[in-house]
Design a binder for this molecule. Structure first.
Ligand code: SF4
Ligand code: SF4
Length: 659
């Protein structure tokens, strides 16, 4: 018979106000195997932990049950407590009588009965707890950052500065991401390129950072401390070792297509760098638009290249590297305007998106920084800005707030007044949200100092009238119909998760929310971790955020990576699945449900009488197993068990709660 000790925590008044502590302790004393029961105002305090350690010694306890808050809160604390008293840490069990009891019930009698049931359940399980031992695994001291925007660059720099090697993978020919497209940044109005490009150069020149551009993650295997990641280096058709970045090929290439970087407002060549300050500043050849690849004629770039760097025969290369930790910083897509025909985007040239407006403001953009109407090249006198296009729209857009549109619209209004003297900005808004340092003041400046007119109301239609545009709305404050005559309309477009976020999430075994943004492990307490150990998040791929938040999160992810890579070994989680060969029938239902790919088929040989027969069974890779338990419920013969949560333990809990 086990010697079980039960300790009931008051948690101040959190538990004690709703649960009768004395009655619960008295009930615990009558439970099978319980030889000691006590209570404490704060069990997690040093005094509370000492009480447990002393009782273990005094009463020769070999199992411990603590009635307290959720195991998410203090499981590790209490495991260490019992370990310090000489017990295996997995001999300790928690009955959650706070979140699952005192916090959700008001009636003391009902709560006390429930608390007693929960303690009885934990006692039944603890009596069947076995000693579990963690294994040590070596850590590969190298990190991978996926996505080379500001989040990825910042994370890579911080990891490298901590002394670890980093591979920074970017799918485009250059790092820089969305921030490279912006003109000025709110609320300080400093030039985006001026603060970004030094960081891009720092990343390129850092001896511990290896830039892998024009490349994508193909496959991820392994586990925390030991990921095996296969990266596809897309055929660039330019030998990076030979290319000097002279740009002769780009100047002479006859094939022109819309520039993605310029949001379609200008053209680029088929062999191109996305923008002038690209890092690396060496071109990539876009085969889909290259005349040699589409029609078998041209080869101008090869003839002109003085370094003999053009290589049409290059092929994609798959390279597999080992990493201890991964940061995902893949950024965002802008929301499609297909559902917003009422704004005439794509039908009238003077209706543009906010990112297109950024390119017009930018001195290196298609108009050299002049704000000109795309229809006639004249400066606009009146510009309407429509906020929340695709945001906070449950009918046909995103239900969430894109978080940055109010602020960049205020910025556009200010910049318009500065660049086009006499021009007037009119902002149509649902609400103006300014949650950030100096953001409210910045918005105030837009209308107080720069005379921006803010009109509260949804725009129902934008339509042409001669060479002007009419913006129709209802002023929600006065109820009056508004028909505003303007020269240009700028749509503050919402942000989406990357269209391939789910696919990347599957490779990394990390989940996405209903809108395909990657899920953090805990929205408040673990905002940069994911559910997969060793994989961290930074930037917009987790959800809408501005540049300061993105940079802060990237640095936080880098700290997490550095603290992980600082360890020589990691302790494995011992609560993993194990297969009982006797009962396994080899139907592999477990393999089909395991979200971590931790189960594989194995063929074993067995003696049956005089014969040796081969039999298929399931085998668990304990390094990959995250202990989710999905396999245990899928296994019909009950052959697979989760250590620490065996079928026997769970059935004992059910029996105890049904008493
Ligand atoms: S071969 Fe292709 S990339 Fe090179 S110059 Fe001709 S069209 Fe441009
Ligand atoms: S417990 Fe979860 S992670 Fe482990 S093998 Fe089973 S399904 Fe896979």
């Amino acid at each position: 018979m086990k010697r079980i000790g039960v300790f009931i925590c008051w948690c101040g008044s959190n538990i004690a106000a709703t649960v009768d502590i004395d009655k619960t302790v008295a009930a615990a004393r009558t439970m099978p195997g319980v030889v000691h029961a006590d209570h404490n105002k704060y069990t997690c305090s040093e005094m509370g932990q000492d009480m447990i350690k002393d009782a273990i010694k005094e009463h020769k306890l070999d199992r411990v049950v603590i009635g307290s808050c959720s195991p998410r809160m203090h499981e590790n604390t209490f495991r260490k407590t019992v370990e310090a008293a000489g017990l295996n840490p997995f001999y300790m069990e928690i009955a959650n009588i706070r979140e699952q009891c005192s916090w959700v019930h008001k009636d003391k009698e009902t709560s006390t009965d429930k608390a007693i049931s929960l303690v009885r359940t934990a006692v039944a399980k603890a009596a069947r707890n076995e000693a579990l031992h963690a294994d040590e695994m070596p850590v590969e001291k190298r990190a991978l950052v996926i996505g080379g925007g500001i989040a990825g660059i910042q994370a890579a720099l911080d990891i490298a500065e901590s002394g670890f090697e980093v591979d920074l993978v970017e799918r485009e020919p250059s790092i820089g991401g969305r921030m490279a497209q912006l003109d000025k940044t709110f609320p300080t109005l400093d030039c985006s390129a001026c603060i970004l490009t030094p960081k891009m150069v720092d990343a390129a020149q850092h001896e511990k950072i290896n830039l892998i551009t024009y490349s994508e993650v193909d496959k991820v295997e392994g586990f925390v401390g030991n990921f095996d990641v296969t990266i596809r280096n897309k055929a660039r058709s330019v030998d990076m070792n030979k290319c000097t970045g002279c740009g002769d090929c780009m100047a002479k290439c006859p094939a022109k297509v819309e520039s993605e970087f310029e949001e379609g407002l200008a053209q680029r060549r088929a062999i191109y760098t996305p923008f002038a300050q690209a890092v690396p500043n060496k071109p990539a050849l876009d085969r889909a638009n290259c005349r040699w690849f589409t029609s078998g004629k041209c080869k101008v770039c090869q003839k002109i290249c003085p370094a003999d760097a053009i290589d049409y025969d290059q092929e994609d290369q798959l390279v597999t590297n080992k990493y201890g930790a991964i940061v995902v910083s893949t950024g965002f897509d802008t929301h499609s305007l297909d559902n917003y025909g009422e704004y005439a985007y794509g039908k009238h040239p003077d209706v543009i998106t906010s990112l297109e407006m950024e390119r017009l403001f930018n001195a290196s953009g298609p108009t050299g920084g002049k704000i000109l109407r795309p229809s006639n090249g004249e400066p606009p006198k009146n510009v309407a800005f429509i906020q929340c296009v695709g945001s906070r729209d449950r009918e046909k857009g995103n239900p969430y707030c894109a978080k940055v549109c109010c602020m960049y619209t205020a910025k556009h209004a200010i910049l318009l007044s500065e660049k086009v003297p006499g021009a007037k900005a009119h902002v149509f808004y649902i609400d103006v949200r300014t949650p950030g340092k100096d953001y409210e003041e910045f918005y105030n400046r837009a209308y107080e100092e720069y005379g921006t007119s803010y009109i509260k109301g949804n725009v129902s239609k934008v339509f042409p009238d001669g060479d002007k545009l009419i913006v129709r709305s209802v002023d929600a404050l006065s109820g009056a119909l508004v028909e505003l005559v303007v020269d240009m309309v700028v749509l503050a477009t919402s942000v989406d998760a990357r269209s391939d976020a789910k696919e990347l999430g599957q490779k990394l075994s990390i989940t996405t929310n209903a809108h395909n943004f990657f899920n953090e492990a805990h929205p408040k307490l673990r905002p940069v971790d994911t559910q997969t150990a060793g994989v961290f998040l930074a930037g917009m791929c987790q959800g809408p955020k501005d540049i300061p938040e993105t940079v802060a999160q990237a640095s936080a992810a880098a700290v997490k990576v550095a603290s992980l890579l600082n360890k020589d070994n990691l302790m494995s989680n011992p609560t993993v699945a194990e297969v009982n060969l006797k009962y396994c029938n080899g139907d592999m239902s477990c393999m089909a449900v395991c979200p971590y790919g931790a189960i594989s088929e194995k063929v074993i040989e067995e003696r049956r009488g005089r014969e040796t027969v081969k039999r298929k069974i399931a085998e668990v890779n304990t390094a990959l197993c995250q202990g989710c338990g999905a396999c245990t419920v899928a296994c019909r013969p009950g052959a697979i068990n989760l250590k620490g949560f065996t079928n026997e333990q769970i059935l004992a809990e059910v029996d105890a709660i049904c008493l």
